[in-house]
Design a protein around this ligand. Structure first.
Ligand code: PMP
Length: 388
């Protein structure tokens, strides 16, 4: 069977130079694209931590979130002020082990503690595939996953997750449930100027989630932050993190602080960096190149389509451009019903639309792998010219 499959694939795949034996894994949004930039930065971001440092559980007992390292908090505020993507004045910063932990902390913090029924959690489809999994994971009595926000018609309190730009389709979003009993959680993981234009007024929502994973690319550092208006909510989020992990790694916070400082320096102290080394300039141009490459491949193949994005003027860069998201929401046109398995035949691993509450004619593809992988991927995609 293996030989037959190989022969079948080879006939499907005549024109490509890439060996078909190589699996191209674009299922996860692993942001290794950023590795090269940080390598170029050399020792500027190196952090040395002597053995006696960070022994204590505590960082700043005067702060509501007492395990937040002040250096990291300051670096976050400086970065938001530089980019202008979110209001930080009069907000509490809660640090978490990735925005994944913060998402759980928010659910805990905003769910009514003594309700007879779990509160509904909704998000407009296609939604980030982890939301239903995380929400249902522990079968909480506090909250339950209630699916596509477009379909939520109940006259009762709910929590709506608003992801903007959205994972998987990259569109800018606003809340869709037309009711006033909702608590909104804004997941702004991708609201950075390499992906989309930054609006002239900084985001000013009650609860906003961010992560280094998608801003600087340091997913392995496992660090996110929440900007929270309401003191009680910030307190309960902090309580959740205390009960689940008694705080967040100080080594991670210190490293992330350094990286965010160098990122801000690269824009504010241009004299110390070479031309084109400002982080968001560099990463913006990388994304331009990748989306051009991807759209060219889709055009050549004729079997797929991609979303189109409106142009917007970016208040950060002054440029007018269309979004160039971290994921491509690719549709198999024509008869193919299961786009994920169609692409798997060509050894391209993607995530089916069905995990995002959408049709399996769609797949989500990471646009953030290393250069070699992305080049191989677009080359292979362009060579797929006959339907299944
Ligand atoms: N929210 C969204 C919309 C995401 O896409 C991701 C990462 N894929 C996360 C949150 C989680 O990020 P983190 O690595 O900070 O846990």
């Amino acid at each position: 069977a293996h030989v037959a499959e190989k022969a079948f694939l080879e006939t499907k795949f005549q024109s490509s130079k890439t060996p078909l034996s190589e699996v191209i894994d674009l299922d996860h949004g692993d942001p290794t694209m950023y590795e090269r930039y940080w390598q170029q930065m050399g020792d500027r971001t190196t952090v040395v931590i002597p053995g006696w440092k960070f022994i204590s559980y505590f960082s700043d007992m005067r702060s509501l979130c007492w395990f937040l390292e002040p250096e990291f908090g300051n670096a976050v505020v400086r970065l938001h002020k530089l980019v202008g993507n979110a209001v930080t004045d009069d907000r509490y910063i809660v640090v978490g082990t990735g925005s994944t932990q913060l998402f759980q902390a928010v659910l805990y913090a905003v769910s009514p503690p003594n309700a007879s029924e779990p509160i509904s959690v909704v998000s407009a489809a296609p939604f980030y595939s982890s939301y239903p999994l995380i929400t249902e994971f522990l079968k909480s009595g506090l909250y339950k996953w209630a699916g596509d926000a477009h379909k939520f018609k109940k006259d009762e309190p709910y929590i709506e997750l608003v992801t903007s730009p959205n994972n998987p389709d990259g569109l800018s979003r606003e809340a869709v449930v037309n009711q006033n009993q909702g608590t909104l959680i804004h997941d702004l993981a991708y609201y950075w100027p390499q992906y989309t234009s930054i609006s002239s007024s900084p985001a000013d929502h009650d609860i906003m989630l961010f992560t280094v994973s998608k801003s600087t690319g340091h997913a392995g550092t496992r660090l996110g932050w929440a900007l929270v208006k309401n003191q009680e909510i910030a307190k309960k989020m902090t309580e959740f993190i205390v009960l689940s992990t008694i705080g967040v790694s100080k080594e991670s916070q210190l490293r992330a602080a350094k990286i965010l400082q160098v990122l801000s320096d690269s824009h504010e102290q241009r004299g110390s960096f070479k031309e084109g080394e400002a982080f968001f300039e560099h990463s913006y141009h990388l994304m331009v190149k990748r989306w051009k490459q991807l759209r060219d491949a889709v055009k050549k193949s004729k079997l797929f389509s991609l979303p189109e994005f409106h142009h917007g003027k970016c208040a950060f860069s002054g440029r007018t451009f269309a979004s160039q998201p971290a994921f491509a929401w690719l549709k198999c046109e024509g008869e193919t019903e299961d786009c994920e398995s169609f692409l798997r035949d060509y050894k391209i691993l993607t995530r089916s639309g069905k995990h995002f509450g959408e049709s399996s004619k769609y797949v989500r593809i990471s646009v953030l792998p290393r250069d070699e992988v992305f080049d191989q991927f677009t080359e292979r995609l362009a060579s797929i010219t006959s339907p299944s």
